[in-house]
Structure formats: C-alpha cells, structure tokens
Design a protein around this ligand. Structure first.
Ligand SMILES: [Ca+2]
Ligand SMILES: [Ca+2]
Ligand SMILES: [Ca+2]
Length: 217
C-alpha cells in the first residue's frame, strides 16, 4: 500500500513535469530565439580537426533586443528527449547571434552525468526546443521557442535558418543544393554559424555605398 502511494506520487510528479513540457511555446517570454541549426554535418564546423556527426552539429540563437540577455536561464534539447542537452552560457548582446556546437552539449552532459549524446538532431527530421527556467519555479523549464524540421532540412551540410535573423525560416543549401518541392525551399547560400543569416547580398545595380553598408549593418 505504502509502495503504491509512492508510485502514485511519482506518477503525478512525472505527469506534472511532462505537462510543463507539453505546453505551447511561450514566445512572449522568449528574449532569444532559435535562429539557425545544422543537423547533419559533413564539414568540420567546430574546427577541431575532424568531421563528427555529433560534435559538429550546431544550433544558433539570436537576441532581437533591445537588451543584452544572460543565456544561463536557457536550455536546448531535441523534442524527443526528456532532459535538456545543454545549459547555454554567456551574454548575448542585442541583434547578435551565438552558436553552440555538439561538443558543448557533450561536455555539459558529461559534467552533469547526462551521457554524451550531444544535441541528437535527427537527420530525418526532428524538433529543436529552446527552454527557459521558470521564474516562479526554478525546477521547471518552459518551452519558449521550437523549430520542427523535415528531412530535406536535415540533410548533409544544409542549415535551416531564419532569414534575416529572427525572420521567416529558409533553407541554406549552398553546400548541398536542394531541388525538391518541400518547404522551405533553398536560398542557395551557405550556412552561417556565429554570423548573421544574410543571403542574396549582391548589391543591386545602382546601389550606393551607403545602401550597401546599411544592408550589412
Ligand atoms: Ca544529426
Ligand atoms: Ca569537428
Ligand atoms: Ca547564422
């Protein structure tokens, strides 16, 4: 009987935890957002000398402003997981991006006894979630942004990215052109880890230097 009560209590706790994870993303609480990701690396993106399916995955976040944001309250995971894959770190200034690689996730998981799976971004499609510590209950993490992607967005060296930063999702397929029918269609530009999601920056005929500079900010 006593054992049964314990199990019931645990069941309620797990239900409450799963409930907090199943709520719709609370975009109003998000000071930063998922901005770009690359699920299937075929390049040494993190610059450690080897191409690795886990360590070279990456997720970029963007701060649309107006204030600098400490990222320590934010977490990333893929939608199939129960636990976060990485507690973010650092301070992100307005209109800036920060990229986190699979090796960051593995290091954090190993420090916290959470295995070494990294971000676990499935190449055949997945959901990436950005979580934020609940201000009223530091034990709860609320989903504040999420991105579900399809198989063509998770192919070799293609990134999904908002274009421009914080905007509508596009496909950066310059390294592996996509000619299928699924959305988003490719924009022909290379992925941009740790840099603004700029594409189609060829100056139009007659553009002045000041308008070109304005585009590049
Ligand atoms: Ca992957
Ligand atoms: Ca690498
Ligand atoms: Ca970028």
């Amino acid at each position: 009987m006593r054992d049964g009560s314990w199990r019931t209590g645990l069941g309620i706790l797990l239900w409450a935890l799963s409930l907090s994870f199943c709520l719709e993303p609370d975009l109003a609480r998000a000071e930063v957002m998922i901005n770009e990701f690359l699920a299937d690396p075929a390049t040494d993106w993190n610059g450690d000398g080897e191409v690795h399916s886990t360590l070279d995955e990456w997720v970029e976040v963007y701060n649309p402003g107006p204030d600098a944001v400490s990222l320590t309250a934010y977490w990333l995971r893929d939608g199939l997981g129960e636990t976060p894959h990485l507690n973010l770190f650092g301070v992100l200034e307005p209109d800036q991006v920060a990229v986190f690689y699979g090796h960051h996730a593995v290091a954090w998981q190993q420090e916290n006894g959470g295995g070494s799976s990294g971000f676990s971004l499935n190449n055949a499609g997945d959901t990436i979630q950005l979580l934020k510590t609940d201000p009223e209950n530091p034990d709860l993490l609320d989903v504040v942004d999420e991105k579900t992607y399809l198989e063509h967005e998770g192919a070799d060296d293609r990134s999904g990215g908002r274009e421009p930063d914080g905007g509508t999702w596009s496909l950066f397929d310059g390294l592996n052109p996509y000619d299928g029918d699924d959305e988003p269609q490719g924009n022909g530009c290379d992925p941009t880890p740790a840099a603004a999601n700029l594409c189609d920056e060829t100056p139009a005929e007659g553009a002045t230097w000041s308008t070109v500079k304005a585009r590049w900010r």
